[in-house]
Write a protein that binds this ligand. Structure first.
Ligand code: SAH
Length: 406
């Protein structure tokens, strides 16, 4: 028999939030100063003792509790529940038909799949996972996650990706990451803009790169940009060329810009990978600070038919919002000036703190300052394999606006 999970009482404010479907309890919303079990299960109660649900606790994070179920649970119920949730997450992507167009997509997206703190991405037969919380790092849970993934997908390898900063925040011992199963750490992934088209192929290397290796959240935006793109294209913050390779299908030339040399080297390899099977125009990769390059090129009067802006998150928290907006405005203003009449702007922000409303307001200001009229063709978000859950605004973070610039 497992010992009963501790009862944790939370403030009225937290109870209201939980009842509305949001899964988090902040440390400041705990009643009294309870000792939370590291990564363990707790029973969440209102200040009057009514049962609200079961949650996974963190002894260090500001997000003290993350709800895992509406019903009472014991620790011994957890592995089966986690396994069922992982299977549901896999089925959801299959239900949407995502594996028919790509063999690279997010399999598990944390709270959006009711698996708070767990990220799992598929890169063909290599799976990359990341545990972001004490609970998801518990040996029993990890074992269950790995076993479920192996059973459901028969991958060649499973690789753990580690974010040292997150592990430090969660007071998890530092670990290097690496293979958790199998031997393979590279793959060639493919993504089709639609089921009938030839795929763009991209190298994946689990031992290198940012995030879990690629920016899978942009996959559907790559495809969405194709019908609008034309002329000479500029892909700013291009990383390994995700947008650039897709623009290459329709544009007369593509310039990719990034400050990370290894990313550009990977982009160059991606070009070679597609040369046989896809139309590949003249492509150039430039290592530069995007702010400097946009300033210089707009001053020099360079013109493009299509410009993509996909910068890193400028706003890491609410306090940095004004500086972040100023940064977005600067790059959008320069890009607008560099677009030909009738040019297309694909402008993104992956900062959760910048809302869609903030982002559109920034774009309107940039348009006014650039003296260009901007018509919004599409206001998009992240690919559907990174689900957005009603009532959990934190699950929506990516904005991708495609615009016609007069
Ligand atoms: N568009 C890419 C993802 C971009 S992520 C894709 O779809 O895969 C943001 C990129 O911006 C990273 O590759 C990072 O190296 C780059 N970067 C960050 N700061 C930069 C700067 N000041 N100038 C140029 N590139 C920068």
């Amino acid at each position: 028999m497992n010992p009963p999970s501790p009862d944790i009482r939370v403030s009225r404010r937290a109870a209201t939030r939980l009842r509305s479907g949001h899964p988090w309890v902040y440390r400041s919303d705990l009643e009294g100063e309870p000792a939370l079990p590291r990564g363990g299960l707790v029973r969440v109660l209102t200040d009057r003792g009514e049962f609200l649900g079961s949650a996974l606790a963190s002894s260090s994070s500001q997000i003290a509790l993350r709800m895992i179920a509406a019903q009472p649970l014991t620790e011994s119920d957890l592995p089966a529940l986690i396994a069922a949730r992982v299977r549901e997450a896999i089925n959801y992507r299959e239900h949407l038909g995502i594996p028919n167009v790509s063999n690279a997509y997010r399999l598990v997206f944390s709270e959006a799949d009711q698996l708070p703190g767990l990220i799992v991405d598929r890169y063909d037969d290599v799976i990359a996972f990341q545990a972001l919380t004490q609970a998801m790092d518990e040996p029993e849970i990890r074992k269950q996650v790995l076993a479920t993934l192996r059973k459901a997908l028969s991958p060649a390898a499973i690789v753990e990706r580690v974010d040292p900063k997150i592990r430090e925040k969660e007071e998890l011992e530092s670990r290097p990451g690496g293979l958790a199963f199998g031997e393979k750490t590279t793959a060639i992934v493919s993504m089709k803009p639609d089921a009938g088209s030839a795929p763009v192929r991209l190298h994946y290397d689990a031992a290198a790169g940012q995030k879990t290796g690629a920016f899978l959240d942009q996959r559907e935006n790559y495809a969405a940009a194709i019908p609008y793109a034309h002329g000479d294209a500029l892909d700013v913050f291009c990383y390994q060329g995700g947008f650039a390779m897709h623009l290459g299908r329709v544009c007369s030339s593509v310039v990719g810009v990034d400050s990370a040399r290894p990313a550009l080297e990977a982009a160059e390899r991606n070009v070679e990978l597609n040369r046989e099977s896809l139309r590949v125009p003249e492509m150039e990769w430039i290592e530069a600070n995007a702010f400097d390059l946009l300033r210089d090129w707009s001053a020099a009067g360079r013109k493009f038919g299509t410009i993509v802006l996909d910068p890193p998150a400028f706003a890491k928290n609410k306090r940095s919002l004004p500086t972040a907006i100023a940064g977005y405005k600067e790059i959008n203003l320069r890009a607008l000036k560099m677009l030909e009449q009738g040019g297309k702007l694909v402008s993104c922000s992956c900062s959760h703190h910048v809302t869609e409303e903030d982002f559109l307001a920034m774009l309107a200001q940039a348009a006014r300052d650039a003296r260009r009229r901007v018509r919004l063709l599409e206001v998009r978000g992240q690919s559907r394999d990174h689900p957005v859950v009603a009532g959990i605004p934190e699950t929506a973070y990516l904005k991708c606006v495609i615009a016609f610039v007069e």
